[in-house]
Design a binder for this molecule. Structure first.
Ligand SMILES: Nc1nc2c(c(=O)[nH]1)N[C@H]1C(S)=C(S)[C@@H](COP(=O)(O)O)O[C@H]1N2
Ligand SMILES: [Mo]
Length: 262
């Protein structure tokens, strides 16, 4: 949280420096956001909107997160959040080395498709050494390999109404009377960003269970809680208002910002 306040302040600093170009560039960007549906307007109404708009406006949609070298990997990726899953379905898949795993990608797409892990590994891959920042205040550097989410999207062909990519995960638990399932979401700008990958390997080995086997997303310009692990399926939606708590993710439903820009 402190980190996010700092980054907002930093962006505000940038905004005043960039004052005149901001005024010139402003209209089209704000119109674009103004066009959007209710769930986005809800985001616009919150303080979180400032980080989102400032990063999109000042830094653009394509800036890359810093990448590091092997020498910068000094500690193991600290497993956080859910680190093990004990359901029959998951145990069966894990016991077979995830050979029967299928990632189903559907929702607002022209060609709903399910991908095997081998199929994903056969697609062109990307490897990146990046820093993971958890909202709890720790960071680690690790090497991630996977398939760019944009390649998967190219195959399923999102329909024009699609605005968000929702990750549904294998970790679920009972909270009082309700069954909670971990989920997360990002917009199509982050989904198509070149560093956004569905990672199946970490530090040169298959993704360990503790870090989200068989597949987890890397969204390098946002905090760790946006990087869903244990991905079971992906859904393209125009709004996430009807999914679970309606705020676009498990942590968001607990009150965290939907846009967790670093
Ligand atoms: N499915 C799922 N994904 C998740 C979590 C979780 O509990 N369940 N925790 C999040 C948080 S808060 C962080 S910091 C990272 C931790 O990733 P790591 O275990 O590889 O360090 O995963 C994120 N993705
Ligand atoms: Mo986190």
């Amino acid at each position: 949280m402190i980190k996010q306040k700092l980054s907002r302040r930093r962006l505000l600093g940038l905004a005043s420096v960039a004052g005149s170009s901001l005024a010139l560039a402003g209209c089209s960007n704000f119109d674009f956001l103004g066009d959007q549906d209710d769930s986005v307007r809800e985001i616009l109404a919150s303080a979180n909107d400032l980080t989102y708009r400032m990063q999109r406006l000042l830094l653009g949609n394509t800036w890359l997160a810093p990448e590091y070298t092997e020498a910068d990997i000094r500690q193991e990726q600290r497993p956080n959040g859910t680190t093990a899953i004990d359901t029959d379905e998951y145990n069966r898949l894990a016991g077979e080395g995830f050979s029967a795993y299928r990632l189903s990608v559907g929702g607002l797409v022209e060609r709903p498709t399910s991908f095997s892990l081998a199929g994903l590994r056969d697609m062109p891959s990307r490897t990146q050494i990046t820093r993971h920042d958890c909202v709890e205040g720790w960071s680690t550097i690790a090497k991630w390999s996977g398939v760019p989410l944009s390649s998967v999207l190219d195959q399923v062909k999102p329909r024009p109404e699609a605005r968000y990519v929702v990750f549904h995960c294998f970790d679920n638990w009972q909270s009082g009377d309700t069954e909670v399932q971990f989920y997360g979401s990002i917009d199509l700008i982050d989904a198509r960003h070149p560093q956004t990958i569905l990672a199946y390997a970490m530090n040169g080995a298959p993704l360990p269970v503790a870090n989200g086997a068989p597949l987890r997303v890397r969204v390098e310009r946002q905090l760790g809680y946006k990087m869903s692990k244990f991905i079971k399926s992906i859904e393209l939606v125009s709004s996430f208002a009807d999914i679970q708590g309606g705020r676009g993710g498990y942590w968001e439903d607990q009150g965290y910002d939907w846009y967790a820009g670093i």
